[in-house]
Design a protein around this ligand. Structure first.
Ligand code: BGC
Length: 736
């Protein structure tokens, strides 16, 4: 099943009532606006969580949108109140956090990013939209575009990792997948790009924490994915909880008006995060909820999620002249426009039998499985232990082997664990399985079950240990200061290693954990960010060799949490370490203060990461050769053409994610040491060579420079084509 089929599938449910387009929508918006009282306008700006209990308010026209109901019967019922009982009959917009699937749960977004496969991610978002809209949900709060460079932050699970280019590709793919080609198609679900902005830079990885991001860093790193998604037609945007340099986003006019509307031309709708308007009081940025309401609306927010400040105070604020009537009209225009765009006036109701018909459709499960296969990253495979081809009898152990709820990951509100295929279930089809979980859940610190697992290990050909994190340990508000495997999981792996049997560790987690100590105690490690409904089947395919790993890490793997934030594309220091670090135990007693070289590294963990961004092994090997660029010098309007030969030198048909990195050697401001500019999934049969090519317009070397202008600065550059961000030999070129 491919996207086309899903689109056709969606179209089957399209009803014939056509929604208006373009100018006609504007006309309809103006007509309706002219009929509305101030109270009704304020009602449209109010989003509440719940259904039936708000019927009275909905009938009065005091609610514009609801979130968090998914039962089509309830959705139709409250919609009927809005359409048939409120004075103007304006339909509600029903929303939900459909973050990585609705019923069929896909890998968490960091896992989706590891696929480096935007087409597949788009397909997954389409599946989510088909399932969610069948329940009546026409608006999702996804994609989360927050760049995250600190795995202590639990919400690293929800984004595409540390790199702006990858983030952009994934974000745009999701927007396209959710919204489809025609907003009025009943399977089109409005995307909401969030959290604008900088939320992932929370100091110390503590959720909701303050951030200090310069305008240049915003523009070079945090804005690009948002801007690209605006250009791709994202219908809505959510403000973030955090402040940037003292200004909470929900009250930041520069962000919401100057950048978003003026510079980028966003014509969609802006919603707060959950009570992020009200939380400006806690920030100490607003005196009280009334003041927060004034600040957020004047900053450019259209809809308030759950502060209830708008319904309470906007009328008074307008009467007092603190908010202009025109500002309210503009906010309501954006909201009504969205509702017209989605065809809600023409088709407010959903067929109540549809949701169950489309949930978990075989093609949805197939897409989820393929996503889980492509998202798994092979970090280590000593002696080619994987795939387990000759093993007949295996020990399956560890707390994540049969954790149907937890493998769904964070934000799987509507996924049902009864549909989850766990690794244990799947592997039983392939091997004679001995199952000894040893630990009841990931935080289980009791070692009492370990001896039974060790004893069982002695009777098998190989051991597969599923460790990691329960879903609750990552996601919103779930930050950690230490990100080693929790509980007695590392002890379990160590004890198993002592048996001398081949040990495969599969990590199922919400973040890039610090797993260095565990690597030493296993032969192979496969890293699967919470893989969703079909995770078990996907992992069984990879373990048996029916599928070959192709995932690449969208984040840097740290040796220790103390290295965070750590990311490959950091600005160059004046004292880089070139691998000559003297580590703690090698420092002579009474060593002279400057005798270690005075470069940038940690005495205990050294300079480098455990695994770099873009890293991931395969069951085969790939060789890059004859990498060549077409010119030594380019002019601004040129396109750089890079050609290379990629050979699969091993015995498995496989896919390699080839990556193109660039470094701008000298800039008017310090530039990143490397930047991902292109990637491509290249499928190769065993022994096959393909001649491949990347094209990179010189214009894409632009950045926000010293004068805060977006320009390509002439000068010398380096370029790499490689399988990760840390290998390959640079080629030189210049821009004149
Ligand atoms: C989260 C958002 C989410 C919203 C609605 C907030 O707590 O930060 O990402 O969309 O809740 O559930």
């Amino acid at each position: 099943m491919r996207l086309k089929h899903l689109l056709i599938f969606g179209a089957l449910f399209a009803v014939s009532c056509a929604a208006p387009a373009g100018d006609e929508i504007d006309r309809k918006v103006e007509d309706l606006l002219a009929k509305m009282t101030l109270e009704e306008k304020i009602g449209q700006m109010n989003q509440v969580s719940g259904g039936y209990q708000f019927s009275g308010e909905i009938a009065k026209g005091n609610v514009g949108s609801i979130l968090n109901i998914v039962d089509p019967v309830e959705i139709n019922a409250v919609q009927r109140v809005a359409v048939e009982e409120s004075r103007l009959g304006i339909p509600l917009l029903v929303s939900r956090d459909v973050i990585h699937g609705f019923r069929t749960i896909f890998p968490i977004p960091i896992g989706l990013a590891a696929t480096f496969d935007p087409a597949l991610v788009e397909q997954g978002a389409r599946v989510a939209a088909v399932e969610a809209t069948a329940s009546g949900v026409r608006w999702t709060f996804s994609p989360m575009l927050d760049i995250a460079r600190d795995p202590r932050w639990g919400r690293i699970a929800e984004g595409s990792g540390e790199d702006p280019y990858l983030d952009t590709q994934m974000g745009v793919a999701m927007v396209k997948g959710y919204q489809g080609e025609d907003f009025t198609d009943p399977t089109s679900m409005a995307a909401c790009i969030k959290h604008f902005v900088g939320y992932g830079a929370a100091e110390g990885g503590r959720d909701y924490n303050t951030t200090m991001i310069s305008e240049r860093a915003l523009r070079n790193t945090y804005f690009p994915a948002f801007k690209a998604c605006v250009e791709a037609g994202a219908l809505t945007l959510m403000t973030s909880f955090n402040d940037v340099d003292g200004l909470p986003s929900t009250g930041n006019e520069w962000l919401l008006r100057d950048i978003l509307r003026e510079e980028w031309g966003f014509d969609g709708m802006v919603v707060t995060d959950w009570n992020s308007s009200g939380e400006m009081v806690a920030h100490g940025f607003a005196e009280d909820l009334k003041h927060a309401t004034e600040l957020s609306i004047n900053a450019g927010v259209d809809m308030d999620m759950m502060s209830f400040g708008y319904v309470q105070y906007v009328k008074a604020l307008v009467d007092e002249g603190k908010i202009k009537a025109e500002t309210i009209d503009n906010a309501v225009r954006n909201i009504l426009k969205l509702k017209f765009r989605l065809g809600l006036f023409e088709n407010p109701y959903v067929d109540e039998s549809l949701a169950r018909q489309v949930a978990y459709a075989p093609e949805h499960l197939a897409a989820a499985k393929q996503s889980a296969v492509e998202s798994a990253i092979l970090l280590q495979n000593n002696n080619d232990v994987l795939p387990l081809k000759s093993a007949k009898r295996i020990l399956v152990t560890g707390p994540m082997a049969d954790a149907p709820y937890d493998q769904l990951g964070t934000w799987a509100f509507d996924g049902e664990e009864a549909y989850t295929v766990t690794p244990l279930t799947a592997l039983r089809k392939d091997y004679e399985v001995v199952y000894e979980p040893a630990l009841a859940y990931s935080r289980d610190a009791s070692t009492a079950g370990i001896p039974a697992a060790v004893a069982a290990a002695r009777s098998v050909d190989a051991v597969v240990a599923f460790v990691g994190e329960e879903a609750i340990l990552s996601g919103e508000a779930h930050s950690l200061s230490q990100i080693n495997l929790q509980g007695a999981q590392s002890e379990l792996i160590k004890a198993l290693k002592a048996t001398g049997k081949p040990i495969v560790v599969v990590v199922i987690a919400g973040r890039n954990l610090t797993i260095e100590r565990d690597l030493e105690n296993c032969d192979a490690m496969l890293y699967s960010f919470h893989p969703g409904t079909m995770g078990g089947e996907a992992l069984a395919d990879l373990i048996t060799g029916r599928a070959v790993p192709s995932g690449k890490s969208p984040v840097t793997f740290l040796r220790d949490a103390g290295q965070a934030p750590f990311y490959y594309n950091h600005p160059m220091t004046g004292r880089p370490n070139s691998g000559t670090e003297t580590l703690l135990n090698d420092i002579p007693l009474k060593a002279g203060q400057t005798s270690l070289g005075c470069t940038s590294y940690y005495l205990d963990t050294g300079y480098g990461p455990l695994f770099p961004f873009g890293y991931g092994l395969s069951y085969t090997k790939f060789e890059y050769a004859n990498i060549a660029i077409d010119k030594a010098e380019y002019a601004e309007g040129d396109t750089i053409v890079v050609e290379y030969d990629l050979t699969n030198t091993g015995n498995y048909d496989a896919t390699e994610v080839a990556q193109l990195y660039v470094r701008d050697l000298v800039g008017s401001v310090v530039r990143p040491v490397k930047e991902l500019k292109r990637f491509e999934r290249v499928e190769l049969k065993a022994g096959e060579t393909k001649h491949c090519r990347f094209e990179l317009p010189v214009a894409e070397l632009a950045f926000w420079n010293r004068d805060m202008e977006y320009v390509v600065e002439p000068g010398n550059f380096q370029l790499w084509v490689a399988g990760d961000s840390a290998t390959g030999e640079p080629l030189a070129f210049a821009v004149k």
